[in-house]
Ligand binder design. Structure first.
Ligand code: FAD
Ligand code: PYC
Length: 417
């Protein structure tokens, strides 16, 4: 804990506000921070790191209501890939995959990025046609993706059953070899340590409860459970809770929050060499370095802010896993948990400026934002530092829900919604 600037930061925020906020925001003196990031998940911590590293904005506070990485960053199944359909998505997700490549070195912290390949199983004619369309589109954008026959898929992942009599027979698969996994908490801790070393303050147990705006409409600071903090530049990166935060600034966002669940088995010796996703049956699996089979499910059918989900959802997932991998039918499950994902109508994120001056947002990653962590942080930092989006995130503006320029990635999201 002492490696982060906890003591400094707390003294700083208390002193900076002792004569405040009676007539706030008009009476507010000099901003305490050049930038505030709300949300200490991987995305928020990465944004703080890149603000400090690339743009020299080091007087930054990351405000986290719980502990860093305790949200979706620490709850996901860590699948990394960039095999999305549209051009905008290829640029966005591949930007992140490229950053993953050098991340352990960049942070001097082993994030255990493992390019073991992500294989998406096709179980019916629609899957085959859709995956082949993705493969062609990906390759036109320089993103690797290739078609495997059922036999080739089994050779790549021997535990896979390709029994043609199965309820969900495997007709083939799309393989992205650069896809893989990383260690989720290392990503949060790696960015946090590197950001703190550059001067960023990371404040845990500090929930933002209000966002204040001045007479000109621009942001002036936040209220938190540990007192008010001023800043004229606020980035919200609070997955699952984004619409609540945006409402604090008077904005209505097109987001719905759902629980998404995952579970792990007892640990076993290395047996599962890659990542397999089966979108049709709502199951995906890999094996962690500790030996646990890491299994993920689809979202619940009802909106909720609960970090746990319905039992029937994971029962369905395990039934599907048993059919695709009968070899695992006697495995015991150790733990199950849920996270809250915020989902946009087109299943693509919103990253950019908001109608409120000084307020920036990174949200709506739904079931698929872990893979984007370095890229999302980099793009949010760019947008906050320059007060304009990077060319990669320009298309991900809130306006697309008004002007109709949607980026419909429901198929590539790969998880049942
Ligand atoms: P988070 O890590 O959730 O960080 C947001 C933080 O904001 C939280 O720590 C939260 O406590 C904080 N916060 C919220 N409100 C406030 C407030 N008022 N004040 C202060 N702080 C606040 N994606 C993939 O790419 N691949 C996968 O395999 C994958 N699997 C998933 C499996 C599951 C079960 C789940 C739940 C998600 C999965 N995802 C996956 C999605 C992925 O986890 C998320 O999109 C990504 O981690 C979001 O990162 P983040 O940093 O934005 O969010
Ligand atoms: O986006 O690849 C993904 C994913 C897998 C599981 C949940 N999300």
């Amino acid at each position: 804990m002492t490696r982060f600037n906890f003591v400094n930061l707390f003294a700083k925020s208390l002193n900076a506000h002792k004569d405040w906020p009676e007539q706030w925001p008009d009476a507010a003196p000099k901003p305490a921070y050049d930038a505030i990031i709300v949300g200490g998940g991987g995305h928020g911590l990465a944004a703080a790191y890149y603000l400090a590293k690339k743009y020299g904005i080091r007087n930054v506070a990351v405000l986290e209501k719980g502990w860093i990485g305790g949200g979706n960053t620490g709850r996901n199944t860590t699948i990394i890939r960039s095999n999305y359909l549209y051009d905008e998505s290829a640029f966005l997700y591949d930007h992140a995959v490229k950053l993953w490549d050098g991340l352990s070195k960049e942070l001097n912290y082993n994030v255990m990025y493992s390019k073991r390949g992500v294989m998406m199983l096709a179980h019916n004619v629609h899957d085959v046609q859709s995956f082949k369309r993705h493969i062609h589109a990906n390759r036109l954008n320089g993103v690797d993706n290739e078609w495997l026959s059922a036999e080739e898929a089994k050779a790549y992942c021997p535990p896979l059953s390709i029994d043609p009599g199965a309820r969900h027979p495997v007709l083939g698969a799309a393989l992205q070899r650069r896809g893989g996994t990383a260690r989720h908490d290392s990503v949060a801790w790696g960015y946090a340590r590197a950001a703190a070393a550059l001067g960023v303050d990371i404040i845990q147990n500090c929930a933002v409860t209000a966002i204040h705006r001045g007479a000109d409409g621009a942001v002036t600071g936040v209220d938190t459970t540990r007192g008010p903090i001023r800043s004229k530049r606020i980035g919200v990166s609070a997955a699952g809770n984004s619409s609540v935060l945006m409402a604090m600034a008077g904005l209505s966002f097109p987001l719905e929050s759902y629980p998404l669940q995952a579970l792990v088995s007892e640990p076993v010796k290395p047996i599962f060499p890659c990542v397999v996703m089966s979108n049709t049956v709502h199951a995906y699996m890999s094996q962690s370095d500790k030996g646990e089979l890491v299994i993920g499910a689809g979202t619940d059918q009802y909106v909720s802010y609960s970090q746990r989900g319905a039992l029937h959802i994971i029962e369905h997932t395990l039934a599907a896993i048993n059919e695709i991998f009968p070899i695992f039918s006697r495995m015991r499950m150790l733990r199950t948990w849920g996270g809250i994902v915020d989902v946009t109508p087109d299943r693509s994120p919103i990253i950019g400026k908001t109608p409120v001056p000084g307020l920036y947002v990174n949200c709506g990653w739904g079931t698929g934002g872990f893979k984007a962590t370095p890229g999302a942080g980099d793009l949010l930092a760019h947008t906050m530092a320059k007060d304009e989006p990077h060319s990669i995130n320009a298309a991900y503006h809130l306006d697309r829900f008004r002007n109709g320029r949607l980026i419909d990635e429901a198929a590539a999201a790969a998880v049942a919604h």
